[in-house]
Design a protein around this ligand. Sequence first.
Ligand code: MN
Length: 746
Amino acid sequence: MIDLSKAITIADDWEEPEGLHELTNRLLEHHPDADLAKTRLAYYYAERAHENQKRDDGSPYINHPLAVATIVAEMMMDDQTVIAALIHDTVEDNEQVSIEAIEKMFGPEVRHLVEGVTKLSWKLVGEFGPQSRKAQETFKAAESLRKMLLAMAKDFRVMVIKLADRLHNMLTLDNLPPHKRTRIASETLDVYAPLAARLGIWQIKWQLEDLAFKHLHPDEFRSMTELVAKSRAQREVDINRAIDTLRVKLAENGISDVEIQGRPKHLYSIFNKMVQQGLDFDQIYDLLGLRIIVNTVPECYLVLGIVHTLWVPMGNMFYDYIAKPKSNGYQSLHTKVMGGHGDPMEVQIRTRRMHEIAEFGVAAHWTYKEGKAKEDETSKLANLRQQLLDWSSDARMSSDFLRSLSTDLFSEQVFVFTPKGDVIDLPKGATPVDFAFRVHTQVGMTLVGSRINGHIAPLNSTLKNGDVCELITRNNATPSLDWLSFVKTSNAKSRIRAYARRVKRDEHAHLGRQSVERELKSMGVEPRDFMGEDRIRDIAQHYDGCQDAEDVLSKVGAGLVTATSVAHRLRGNVQEAPAPQTHRIEAKNSPEGKTLLVSSGFGNLMVRRSRCCEPIPGDEVVGYVTRGRGVMLHRSACPNAIHLRETEPERLIHFEWPSDGSQYPVNLKIVAQDRHALLLDVSTIFAEVGANVGNTRIRTLPNHTAEILVELKLEDASKLSQVMTRIGHYSDIISVLRLFGRGAGA
Ligand code: MN
C-alpha cells in the first residue's frame, strides 16, 4: 500500500493508459510547455487514491477525473487546471490523501485549486426542490452561493473544473435512481447552467441544459429530438449548398484558411422559446444558421461584404459586435440575409480568438499564458468579475432560483478586491474609507486617497461589485471628521469617532496647559519650574480619574478642574482637608421643584443642590455649610468644591446620597453624526431607561454633525451612566457629555 499522505513517485513498471496519453496530447496543443511529468503523476496519484472505488455504472472511478480533466483540456485550460481536475475528488474520497502531499508534489497553485473545488461541494446547499424553498434553505443556499462566487472571483479556474465535473456527472446520470437524477438535473438547471452562462462558457452551458432537459422532461425531449431529426435532411442540403457557394467565393477573394459551420440550435433553447413565446416548432426551427471563422478582423469585414453580395441582407438585421463588444466581451459580426430559397439565414462572422471567447468565455483567458496584450486580458478579467458579481443586473441569464438568491445576497453587499486579488465584502454604498478600515485600522487612519480600477477616485465614491480598490496612505496623515458623513461600516465610524475624541482631549490638554501656565505666572513664578510631566503626575491622584499629566491638564481644559487649584498644588502650598465624617442624606420632600433635602446626621438640615454642578444621587458629593442658608451640595469634582476644599475645608461636610426614588434634572450634550431619526433613536433609549425628557434643543453644524442639548429627569447617577453608555454605543455618536452649571440648558 502506498502512503498517500506523503509525496509519491510513479512506479517504474507502471504503464501509461491510452486515455492519459490523449489527455497530455490535448494539453500540449495549446500549452506546449505544459508539465507532462506532473500531469502523469497527478493521474497516477488519483488512480491510487480511487483504487477501490467504482462509478455508479461499475466502471473504475479514475475514469471520472480523467474525463473531467479532458473536458478541461478541451477548453484549452493550462496544466495547473488539468492537474487539479485529475485529483479533484481525491481529498473528499480518500481519508489518507493529504493536501500537504498534494502541495508538495504539485505546488501551491494546484493545492489552492483543489481546495477551492473541494470547498465548493454543493452539499452545502442541500436539497432544494421547489417544496423546500423555505427561508432557512434559501439563506443556506445564498450563503454557499456567496462562497462559490467568492472562490470563483478569486480564481475562475476553480469554477471551470467544477463545471467540467458537473458536465461529466450529467453525461453519466443514466445510472442513478430516478429521484437522484431529478434532483441533480434540476440543480444543474438552477445553478450550474446559469453560472456557466455567467462565465460565458456556452459550450458547457448548452450541454448542461440539454442534458438536464432530457432528464427533467423526457417526453418533450424525445418529441423535440424527433422533430429536429425529421427536418434535418432538408436543412442539411440547404446548409451544405450555402457553405459550398460561400467557400468558392471566399477562395476567389483569397480567403482559404476559413472554417464554416452550420450552426446547431440546442434543444432546450428551442423548447424554452416555444414555451415562453408560445410559438410552434416550425416558427423557430426553420431558421438556417451559418458561422464563419477566419484569422483576422479585416477578413471578418471582407467576408461580410462577400456574404452581402451573395445573398440579400435583410434590413436592420446587422450588428457589429466587433466594433462594439457585448458587455461580457463577446465579439462577432451578425447579419441576416435571404438564403437560397428565400428563407432567412443568420450568419455570424468572427476571428478564431473571438470564437474561443464566445465558446469558452472566461476559460479562454488561460489560453494565452504569456505575452501580448496581457493588460488587455487583465482588464477583461476584471470586467468579467464584475459581471459575475453583478448577478442581479442581468436577470435573463439567471434561473428564478438564482435570481431570488442573488436579490437577497447582493441587495445588501458589494464585493471589492484588493490589488492582490483578495475579496472583501462590504455593505452596499461602502466607500474607499470603509474599505481602508477593513483592510487595516492603520491604513484607514493614514488614508489620503484611492484609486478605483486604476483611476484616482474621491474617498466618498461608492464602491461597486468587482471594483479593484487601491489605497493611498501617508505616514503623518490623519482621518477627516467629514468622513463620518459618508462611511457605511460601523467599524470605520467608531474608529473615526475615537480619533475625534482623542483630538478633543488633546485640544483640552493644550488649553489646560495654557491656563495653568497663566495662573502660575500670575502667582509670580516661572511656569517652567513647576510644570514638568513628573511634577504634574505627582498631583494627579488628587483629581478624579486622573493618572498622568495629560489627564490633569485636559480636565482643566474641559473646565472640570480649576487652573488655580492645579497651580496651587504644583507649588505645593495646599493644606489637605482633615478626613471628614460622612453623613447620609435622606430626602423628605422637594416642594415647588426646588430640591429640599434633609440630612439625618445633623438632625434637620436644609440641603440644596448647587446650581454650578447640579449633583444627583449617586454622585460623589460634598456639602458646604453656608452662612445662614443651609447646606449647599456640590459634586466633589466640581471646581467650586475643589476651591472650597482648599480655602474653607472646615466648612465642608461629606455626604453619602443614595437614590430616594424621586427624579432630578441633569443636562446632557450629545454630539453626533447628523442623520435621519437620530433624535428618535436617542429618545428611545431615554424611554427605555425610564428617564423623563425636559427641554431639548437640536442644532445642526456645518460639518454634518448635530448637537443635542437635553434636560433629563432621572433618579441617580447609575441611571445616568446607563443612558450615556447606551447612547455612546451608537456608531454615529461622537460624544456624550454631562453639562454642569451655566453651560447647561442655556
Ligand atoms: Mn468529481
